[in-house]
Design a protein around this ligand. Structure first.
Ligand code: BG6
Length: 494
């Protein structure tokens, strides 16, 4: 499959928003710089904010200051349509702009609609796109696709309802549900690590692995997104999507080919093998927390309740830790410990496979004091790479052994730059490769796992543990592992 996009128009709904300027425009500029976009490419922004084409173009350039002359020239073709998402006139204007783009810019009737708006307007937009025939390619075109940002639904029921609305206008093959974690190089590298090497797969199972830990730690707080975050919380914002997606790549069975449906079939099997928790298990096997005031990166940080737009007595969780089990042949008995939080001690995303100990340690206990378990650590960010931690003899007359690291770093190994997640995914959507997008059944399975946790917390009134900003989260999360005789791997202590 060629990695160059065919002629197409990209329509960004929510074009005046934060995601568009922070992520989408820089990604498109990079794709353009890399020569991935064809001459017949153009972009139409659409949002409620009143803006002229020129003002929109200026906004795009502000978000992409290093685009260069060629990019500036391309941007002069970009159009902007302001309108309410529920007004038919908005879509009539869009159709008109798309027809003009086909005639003047050679976009050939192909369109990709990117929904970067607030999630509550997703259903309205897809309905209206369908109602005005924009769910079909224009004259002579091959495709019309819709890219939908997360969160996809608020729970299992609403995700199902959103699916119904989406499927009334678009066939599943036209739908690209985005989870930007799947666009990260190191997340994709899990597939290479597992399936391009003979040495890891034989030990990638319950016989050799003691536990798996997935950490998505942020130092940032809720920022200006309190309005959204108050209705979401860390479970919906990160676990339901990013963490469970990474988990399914780590745990899935080998696909016969790196083909969209084969990979997605295997991922969904993993999710299906996770039992929904009972309220009792929710209390025993999950921890929710909320940051209190503290210090992060040397700066004072307010408590979550003091953040702008947050209810003072809010119970929204900014931290989640959970122990999940995958009930299948490969993983029976191996806990997957997941955690994510805002305002933690360091920004780090990693997957740690912790291996079982040797059957018999032939060294004196005092000589093996500094020997920990073998670890295989996939560092997703910030420093992308893989670390293998194993025991080695400490130089000297005695037979002391100690854990040491063998490191692979992306930056040191490859001269090729890693594309940003959005770059990769936007190009995939333009090309029509859904491998790294989430299928309808995957979303539902993820909600099936998360819903009982949310209801368990509410019904059993489980505590929201406070943790000081700048720490590794609530003590209760340490206790979750200590109970099993284990502890969290500290991402900064590699
Ligand atoms: C988003 C969440 O999906 O991911 C944010 O909504 C979070 O709350 C972000 O900050 C983290 O993404 P990244 O790529 O910075 O790890």
């Amino acid at each position: 499959m060629t990695r160059h996009a065919p002629p197409a128009a990209l329509v960004v709904m929510g074009a005046s928003g934060d995601l568009t300027s922070r992520k989408l425009m820089p990604a498109i500029a990079q794709l353009h710089a890399g020569g991935f976009l064809p001459a017949g490419f153009t972009l139409i922004g659409c949002a409620r904010t009143e803006m002229s084409d020129a003002e929109f173009q200026a906004k795009v350039l502000e978000a992409t200051p290093k685009g260069g002359k060629r990019w500036e020239k391309l941007v002069t073709r970009f159009r902007y349509i302001s309108g309410e998402y529920h007004h038919e006139t908005t879509y009539i204007a869009l159709s008109q702009a798309l027809r003009e783009a086909d005639e003047k810019r050679g976009t050939s009737g192909n369109r990709v609609f990117y929904l970067a708006t607030l999630p509550m307007v997703f259903p309205t937009i897809v309905e209206r796109l369908g109602g005005t025939g924009l769910n079909r390619p224009g004259d002579g075109g091959d495709f019309a696709r819709v890219v939908i940002e997360k969160p996809y639904g608020h729970d299992l029921k609403s995700a199902g309802e959103l699916d119904e609305t989406v499927h009334a206008s678009f066939d599943e093959s036209q739908v690209y549900r985005i989870d930007h974690y799947l666009g990260k190089e190191t997340v994709q590298n899990v597939l290479a690590l597992r399936f391009a090497n003979a040495i890891f797969e034989p030990i990638w199972n319950r016989r050799y692995i003691d536990n798996v830990q997935i950490t998505v730690a942020e130092t940032l707080g809720v920022g200006h997104r309190a309005g959204f975050y108050e209705t979401a919380g860390a479970l919906r914002d990160i676990v339901q999507n990013h963490v469970l997606q990474v988990m399914s790549l780590v745990a899935m069975e080998p696909p016969a080919r790196i083909k969209p449906e084969e990979i997605r079939d295997e991922k969904v099997k993993v999710l299906k093998a996770i039992e929904a928790m009972t309220p009792h298990e929710v209390i025993a096997d999950t921890v929710r927390g909320q940051y209190a005031a503290g210090t992060v990166d040397g700066e004072k940080a307010p408590s979550y309740g003091q953040e702008e737009g947050v209810a003072t007595r809010s119970k929204t969780e900014t931290y989640v830790a959970a122990k999940l089990m995958i009930d299948n042949w490969r993983w029976e008995g191996v806990p997957f410990y997941l955690r994510t939080g805002k305002r933690l001690s360091a920004a780090a995303t990693e997957v740690v496979l912790s291996f079982k100990g040797v059957p018999h340690l032939p060294f004196m206990a005092t000589n093996a004091r500094d020997l920990g378990p073998n670890l295989l650590i996939v560092r997703v960010q910030p420093d992308q790479g893989i670390t293998l931690r194993f025991g080695a003899k400490v130089p000297g007359q005695e037979f002391k052994v100690r854990s040491v690291n063998m490191d692979f770093s992306y930056d040191e190994t490859f001269s090729e730059p890693s594309p940003e997640a959005y770059e990769r995914l936007l190009l995939d959507a333009l090309i029509g490769d859904p491998t790294l997008f989430i299928r309808s059944d995957e979303v539902r399975q993820a909600w099936r796992i998360c819903d009982p946790i949310l209801t368990g917390w509410t019904k059993a009134r489980g505590p929201v543990h406070k943790y000081k900003a700048g720490t590794w989260g609530p003590k209760a999360a340490d206790a979750l592992l200590a109970r099993d005789g284990r502890s969290w791997h500290d991402p900064v202590d590699i």
